[in-house]
Design a protein around this ligand. Structure first.
Ligand SMILES: Nc1ncnc2c1ncn2[C@@H]1O[C@H](COP(=O)(O)OP(=O)(O)OP(=O)(O)O)[C@@H](O)[C@H]1O
Ligand SMILES: [Mg+2]
Length: 290
């Protein structure tokens, strides 16, 4: 589903002493099927923006279009239920919302609520558990007996079991160890491709934004500060430093190779080690031709 933000502003607790303008005149588009990363320092409005995508909050000003659904300031949306069936949101620390007696029941909670048939629910539990690599013998256990990483997978399975078209991820790997982070991100990337999802990821990892996204939006103090492809964005070192964002190491490596050796390596998500191997091969190959 194509998504557009059209001059969206959002104000928390308007008229109270806690009034806070979290989003200011946000306009940008997300193409159906793309993988978009939203980055920006703490408090820049990333989570607030995501909450518009399934109608948890409504724009104070402006409008958001999500496929055929519209969230318009001051208008009640009559199709929130449908929208929430299509847009799956993995919130920060989603395992905090687990509550059922068994893993299987927790995964089934969403589809049951939306009236999916029992047989179909059984299939979806199996598929979701498979996608998140939860072994079958865990399904009848209490989610509270599992490790933190496993609980995260149960919570994610519950979102996947809704078969969403749009997947919204708010720092889905926060608090996991590096190998757990990588596994979860690779899983989302795999699902993104195989199910042709539209994926929107909020992350503090510039490496992940570079590796997985095909478009990046930077928020700063509730405004869109920059947007573009990862390579366009990470070329702008100074602009990034101005909003306390780092340049991924891979980009530094590519820049150094270009500067020192005058070789422009094509970047397609490789690690530094992989790029170094390619470079060695190129240099060796070049010599063989001499
Ligand atoms: N319920 C609320 N009432 C008032 N202000 C709020 C509320 N929730 C968030 N804010 C403020 O709105 C701004 C944007 O918050 P938001 O959570 O969207 O930022 P974020 O970019 O997701 O930050 P982080 O990277 O820390 O998750 C912050 O200044 C925050 O303090
Ligand atoms: Mg946040």
């Amino acid at each position: 589903m194509d998504i557009t933000f059209d001059q969206v502003s959002y104000v928390y607790q308007p008229g109270s002493p806690f009034e806070h303008r979290a989003l200011q005149d946000i306009s940008f588009s997300i193409q159906s099927g793309s993988f978009v990363a939203i980055i920006g320092h703490t408090g820049s409005g990333k989570s607030t923006l995501l909450q518009h995508l399934n109608g948890l909050v409504q724009p104070t000003e402006g409008r958001v279009n999500i496929g055929p659904y519209a969230l318009v300031s001051g208008e009640k949306n009559k199709h929130l239920r449908e929208l929430r069936e299509k847009v799956g949101v993995v919130f920060q620390y989603p395992e905090h919302q687990l509550f059922e007696e068994t893993v299987a029941k927790d995964i089934a909670f969403g589809p049951e609520n939306f009236g999916v048939e029992q047989k179909e629910i059984e299939d979806r539990i199996q598929q979701a558990a498979k996608a998140t690599k939860l072994s079958e013998d865990l399904l009848e256990r209490s989610p509270f007996d599992l490790s933190g990483g496993q609980m995260r997978r149960v919570a994610i399975s519950g979102v996947l079991a809704m078969n969403p078209e749009v997947l919204v991820l708010d720092e889905p790997t926060a608090g996991l160890d590096p190998s757990g982070q990588r596994e979860i991100m690779d899983m989302f990337h795999e699902l993104h491709k195989s199910k042709e999802l539209t994926t929107i990821l909020v992350t503090h990892s510039m490496e992940d934004a570079l590796k997985y996204a095909d478009h990046i939006v930077i928020l700063n103090h509730g405004e869109v500060y920059r947007e573009g492809t990862p390579l366009e964005i990470f070329k702008q070192r100074e602009a990034l430093e101005n909003v306390q964002l780092d340049v991924p190491e891979v980009i530094d490596f590519l820049a150094k190779v270009e500067e020192k050796m005058n070789i422009r390596l094509p970047y397609e998500g490789q690690s530094i080690a992989e790029l170094a191997k390619e470079l060695a091969r190129m240099v060796r190959g070049g010599r063989d031709h001499e």
